[in-house]
Design a protein around this ligand. Sequence first.
Ligand code: TXA
Ligand code: MG
Length: 346
Amino acid sequence: MIIDANAPGSINSAAQTLLGGELIGMPTETVYGLAADALNDQATLKIFTLKGRPVTHPLIAHVADIEGVEHFACDVPGFAKHLMNALWPGPLTLILHKVQGVAAACTANASTIALRCPSHPVAQALLKRCNSLGIWGLAAPSANRFGRVSPTSAEHVLEEFGETLMILDGGSCEVGIESTIVDCTRGAPVVLRPGILTLDQISIAAGEKAVSAADFEQSNQPSELSTPKSSGTLASHYAPFARLRLLSRDEITLNLQSLKDPDLRLGVWSLSLHQARQANPTNTNIVFKDMPCTALECAKALFAQLRAFDALGMSEIWVEKPPQTPEWAGITDRLQRAAHTGAEHR
Ligand code: TXA
Ligand code: MG
């Protein structure tokens, strides 16, 4: 059931539900999360069951502020402190060494923990109320079934899990794609999952050069410690029901001009909509949608647009490849995974 987060008593009733060991849907500035008390293993395990997520894939624990970190992490390196000071609250998750023995379910028994302090006012109010009840963090993955498109509105969460889940409605998410994940346990900031923050922004905030996971692995011996599975880094993820194809502007034009199956239900999301439309102006089975031309606006619209094409019953979605600049890295990453037709989630 969706409840207005701004109505009197909503935050308290969500916090009481969490205190009772139950789950709630909560807004963050990136995507909606499916939350449980991070230090209550029984409650946290319910997240895995409801999502259909393997228990070996660790979750992010959300804290109200930097002080909250000490309940979960230790040996925090200087550059990680700089990152927190500069970019929290915000769309940034840090992998840190875990305080021994805590949050076993949330971390899939790993020795590290993913921590994030979200900036959304509803998430902040909820986390503060939770703190006052002795709940020091909320384990929350994106509130979607495993492998599916992340939710950016309360209605999307309702579509995923139905009326039995309490969902705090805090409006549409401002960022729209999941947080940037930076591993701070390898001696330098290593970006495991790109988001809306660029490598340069991370480097400046950290006071040290940040590298992508691929670049780090190329120049270093593989770690002896096993790296926990990162579901957002599986080749196939964030998938709509329709088959998604990532195509250049010219490929979209050519393919539309030579479309073999006139009955194909096709959604086209393009930065160059005029050109695309002209390539096949008469076929009423094609739905053309404008792709926002800035990375910030595009990220905000991305998951809702994929869901909207699914709701229209499209069997294919053609998306124009975004520009290959650092600002678009997070969007390109999500589109490539959504386009992957591997067997993992289909
Ligand atoms: O924006 C976000 O990050 C959203 C909102 C709700 O905060 N959450 C989110 O959670 O995207 P989820 O579970 O969909 O993605 C969390 C990612 C996964 O890829 C997981 O494997 C990775 O974080 N992760 C968690 N703990 C980790 C660890 N100790 N080491 C490496 N990766 C970890
Ligand atoms: Mg997710």
